[in-house]
Ligand binder design. Structure first.
Ligand SMILES: [Zn+2]
Length: 80
């Protein structure tokens, strides 16, 4: 797991991975948490090979194993 957290005080918050700062400083804590969400999402997405056609594609996460083309076919067989 990634050790992402928001640290800061007063008007200066940032996202840290373990002890390394990985975002800009934000005046508001909720902005920093929003950035943390983006970073966490980015961490989960990676290039995978489609389990149907083996084409490399950008996956949103572990649940996303079909490329867009195959997913379209899967959900709408008329497009096959
Ligand atoms: Zn595919």
């Amino acid at each position: 797991m990634s050790g992402l957290s928001v640290k800061g005080s007063h008007c200066s918050y940032a996202v840290y991975r373990d002890d390394e700062r990985v975002s800009a400083f934000y005046h508001f804590q909720d902005r920093a948490f929003g950035r943390l969400d983006q970073i966490a999402k980015n961490d989960r997405s990676k290039d995978r090979n489609c389990m149907s056609c083996q084409t490399a594609f950008r996956s949103d996460g572990i649940h996303n194993r079909l490329c867009n083309h195959c997913r379209a076919k899967y959900f709408d067989p008329r497009m096959a």
